[in-house]
Design a protein around this ligand. Structure first.
Ligand SMILES: Cc1ncc(COP(=O)(O)O)c(C=O)c1O
Length: 420
């Protein structure tokens, strides 16, 4: 079991069962069924505090924003609000959940490359602190829709490409997000917003991508942005993107060194007085969550491969299909047994591509075993879908041996509730 891939405190107990947040996975399956998303509350809190204290060691002029697209669950918003984090929402839906969770509107930052009239009205009526403006059409729309003056940041694509999957690179000129630096549109957007009587420009934003292990691109992005700064620039928001360990071999930078570099870069290129914002998503919740499944069938094709099918798949974890994301797995009810059999973990959906993990070595898996995939806390629940009429799994928070459902399992009846 690779420590970095699992939440802190994950152990194999005397029965050979894995324990997450002090809860035995066999008991969790008994109580909540499978598939289920299981989270360690301690790990989420620990990571939020790691961000907060890394900043607090240098400055009090900062805000850590929970990028809520990674886990848009009311209980997660509440937990991060309690640890002092602000929040980034990317749609009217995420905004609605953040408000329902009790987030103070002034601590909400709203993103989106195509915010609708209705979303802008919702944000404005709620008193959302900041909008991150993404396009000239949005500026026009804000001027038409907003009734009050609104603080905004401008999203810039600084032309920096980190090494990560192309689908999660977002800082290059050729992107649907933000205003280009290289082609001069960012400078034009600044002029345009400064001339607006509805929008009050207070800062700049970039987000160069996700699952990033090299920290130097963040410094290059801050340097690139510095040419745009002016007296109005009181906030620099450096987005999210810090990578996590999906597999034992992955060694992402420590939260503290990542924060230190971001602070040093802003101080170097923007001076000491700007407020520094960051928007971690994956690195707050990714390794805090695991998914448990029940093994349903094992099909051996001699000389070719063995397919082990579980009772979930692309409906609860889309990332392998979307980004070729790779995961590890363990037979969690026999976590101490040596892993010796190579299998391909397939989901239950009507797609040959519904493969969760290719070639993973497991402890002689049997029908009925609990297969657990670690590091599935980010973008699993939020990208879950009902393909093949699959009800979405529950979200269970575990802490000190206590488990509580924070999002219940969907039922077959739920699949019919929108019918008219
Ligand atoms: C604008 C913005 N901020 C923050 C994030 C969070 O990124 P991550 O989960 O990689 O930290 C994203 C992810 O897509 C994003 O688009």
């Amino acid at each position: 079991m690779a420590a970095m891939v699992y939440p802190v405190g994950t152990v194999t107990n005397a029965l050979g069962h894995l324990e997450i947040g002090g809860c035995d996975v066999v008991d969790l399956r008994e109580e909540f069924g499978t598939p289920a998303y299981i989270f360690s509350v301690e790990e989420m809190r620990r990571r939020a505090m790691a961000y907060q204290s890394a900043f607090a060691a240098h400055t009090d002029n900062f805000e850590v924003l929970f990028a809520s697209k990674a886990l848009p669950v009311t209980a997660a918003y509440r937990l991060f609000a309690e640890t002092g984090l602000s929040v980034d929402v990317a749609s009217g839906g995420e905004l609605t959940i953040a408000l329902a969770a009790g987030y103070a509107p002034e601590r909400i930052y709203m993103h989106g490359n195509n915010k609708t009239d209705a979303e802008l009205e919702l944000a404005s009526n709620a008193g959302v602190g900041h909008l991150i403006v993404d396009s000239f059409d949005e500026i026009d729309r804000c001027e038409r829709v907003l009734k009050e003056e609104q603080d905004v940041l401008i999203r810039v694509t600084p032309g920096i490409k980190p090494s990560t999957h192309t689908y999660i690179q977002t800082g290059q000129l050729d992107s649907k997000f933000g205003f280009g630096l290289e082609d001069g549109t960012a400078a034009k957007a600044i002029e345009r917003v400064l001339a607006s009587d509805r929008l009050n420009l207070v800062g700049l934003h970039f987000h160069i991508g996700s699952q990033i292990f090299e920290i130097e691109p963040f410094r290059l992005a801050v340097e690139a942005l510095a040419g745009l700064r002016g007296d109005w620039c009181r906030i620099v928001d450096l987005g999210g993107g810090l990578g996590i360990s999906y597999a034992e071999a992955d060694e992402p930078p420590e939260i503290a060194s990542y924060v230190d570099l971001k602070i040093a870069s802003v101080r170097e290129f923007f001076g000491d007085d700007v407020r520094i914002l960051i928007e971690p998503g994956r690195s707050l919740v990714g390794t805090a969550g695991v998914t448990i499944y029940t093994v349903g069938t094992i099909k051996e094709i001699p000389g070719i491969r063995t397919y082990l099918s579980v009772d979930g798949g692309m409906s609860d974890n889309l990332r392998p299909m979307l980004y070729d994301a790779e995961y590890e797995a363990i037979i969690a009810n026999r976590a101490g047994d040596p892993a010796e059999r190579v299998v391909t973990v397939a989901g239950s959906h009507c797609e040959s591509g519904d493969i969760l993990i290719r070639d993973v070595t497991l402890a002689n898996p049997q029908v009925g075993d609990i297969l657990l995939t670690p590091a599935t806390g980010a973008y699993g629940h939020s990208m879950a879908n009902n393909y093949n009429g699959m009800p979405r799994p529950p979200v269970v928070f575990c802490e000190n041996g206590e488990a509580r459902v924070v999002v219940r399992r969907e039922t077959y009846e739920d699949l019919l509730v929108r019918d008219v």
